[in-house]
Design a protein around this ligand. Structure first.
Ligand code: NAD
Length: 434
């Protein structure tokens, strides 16, 4: 919980820093740092053993100025309104930086899903859905999976919403099963977006895939798939790790074989993997490898003041949310390491969520090639815009991404007449618009 609080402080500090560079006054910053609306519900559930438990749940809508609110729903014992509020704001900035027509939202239920039966989880989800129905909807606020929720949870939400609405509303959630209005390409989308970022950076620097070495921390949904896609694209993935172990091979790992091992291992972990020429490596040493690209894709705050000075990668592309602390950012910047921030690098998932919603609204299904091509175009454009913003504002890419996001939100507020006109024009004219 303490770690999560740190992460939320870091996110707030990133907004403060960008706002300061844009010259925003305190009043406007207060508007941007606070949500438009938040609702708390208390969901009563008759448990399998006959007891009644009440679960607090939240849905926070940080901003709807650029479009409907968008963001996941998590089930975790640590869920609080404060955490949900901060995560909702992050979604506003993430959607704005990749320029999809959404604001930001987030939801959660304080519960321990590991101590609940599947039937209890379904019932909890259905009751929660009915209680937040007044504020969600395909044109209001669109939830998605997050920690401990899945495509099945989204199917329950959609089904419950349709019972209330009396008609199909597939666009009310994204991340649904492909057989129930879900989009092809959604599961791989975050990793595929990350890989597009790596490929674009290498292309811009004239580095051929076979010349680039990559280390990936975390071998789950984001890191595992990113490592496989990069290896398929010809990159030399020399190290990967998960919570159980780390492995290193200077000539490059056989990622297909490693993935098959993890898939077939009953605990789905790297522990015990032994390929030819493969050496064990600690998570700390992996972060300090002399590689072209480092992809932290496990946990927050892995690159900190203590170890940032020893990072030797040329590029850090953030798969996880908040893997780099503010102090580490300054150290990496001083060393000339280019950090592509999480709100851009791992936005592929929300981009394909947007595509799912577009398909649902049109009742038209795209094939995987179309989804992937559109994702690639969106990520390339967003990266290009953040690189350009960094150059023109003379700031690191994280600050540039936040400045760009804040500017886009303020442009929408300005167009709606929500900003004092003279000040808005002066501010945007003074800082350059993108
Ligand atoms: P996941 O649970 O599928 O995978 C997490 C991986 O990290 C696992 O391999 C786990 O073993 C490893 N790990 C856990 N503790 C570790 C430790 N101490 N050292 C090294 N490895 C450790 O989760 P995921 O969906 O891949 O998410 C990873 C990160 O990416 C999170 O920060 C998440 O918020 C972020 N993210 C995920 C998505 C998505 O679409 N899944 C989108 C945006 C951001």
């Amino acid at each position: 919980m303490e770690r999560e609080a740190d992460l939320l402080d870091t996110a707030r500090a990133n907004v403060d820093r960008a706002a300061h560079r844009l010259g925003l006054d305190e009043g406007l910053l207060e508007v941007l740092q606070n949500p438009e609306r938040e609702i708390t519900v208390y969901v009563p559930l008759v448990r399998a053993d006959g007891r009644v438990t009440v679960f607090p749940g939240h849905r926070v809508q940080h901003s709807s100025v650029r479009g409907p609110c968008k963001g996941g729903i998590r089930y975790h014992p640590d869920v609080t309104l404060e955490e949900t509020r901060a995560l909702a704001a992050l979604m506003t900035w993430k959607c704005a930086v990749v320029n999809i027509p959404y604001g930001g939202g987030k939801g959660g239920i304080r519960c321990d899903p590991t101590a609940m039966t599947p039937w209890e989880l379904e019932e909890l989800t259905r009751k929660f859905t009915r209680m937040i129905m007044p504020v969600i909807g395909p044109h209001k606020d669109i939830p998605a999976p997050d920690v401990n929720t899945s495509s099945l949870t989204m199917a329950w939400i959609m089904d419950s919403a349709e019972e209330v609405a009396g008609e199909p509303v597939p666009g009310i959630v994204t991340g649904k099963p492909v057989g129930l209005w879900g989009s092809l390409g959604r599961e791989e989308a975050t990793s595929r977006g990350l890989v597009v970022v790596v490929q674009e950076l290498m292309r811009a620097c004239g580095i051929q895939p076979r010349e680039a070495t990559v280390a990936v921390q975390g071998f789950g949904k984001v890191g595992g798939i990113a490592a496989r896609l990069l290896a398929e694209a010809g990159y030399r993935v020399v190290a990967v790790s998960d919570v159980s172990a780390g492995i290193f091979r200077a000539e490059g790992l056989d990622i297909r074989e490693v993935s098959a091992y993890v898939r077939d291992n009953p605990c789905h972990l790297l522990a015990g993997y032994a390929g030819v020429g493969v050496e064990p490596i600690s998570n700390q040493d992996l972060l300090e490898l002399d590689v072209t690209v480092l992809i932290p894709a496990a946990l927050e705050h892995q690159i900190r003041e203590e170890n940032a000075g020893r990072v030797r990668a040329r590029f850090v592309v953030e798969g996880a949310n908040g893997p780099t602390t503010t102090a580490a950012d300054r150290i990496l910047e001083g060393k000339g390491v280019l950090v592509v921030p999480d709100i851009l690098a791992n936005a592929g998932g929300v981009v394909v969520s947007y595509f799912e919603w577009v398909q649902n609204i049109q009742a038209l299904f795209w094939d995987a090639e179309e989804v992937n091509a559109r994702l690639e175009a969106t990520m390339k454009r967003a990266l290009g815009e953040v690189l350009e913003a960094g150059r023109s504002w003379g700031v690191d890419l994280r600050t540039a991404a936040y400045m760009l996001a804040l500017t886009r939100v303020m442009e929408a507020m300005h167009a709606r007449g929500l900003l004092p006109r003279a000040r808005a024009l002066a501010m945007m004219g003074g800082s350059g618009t993108h």
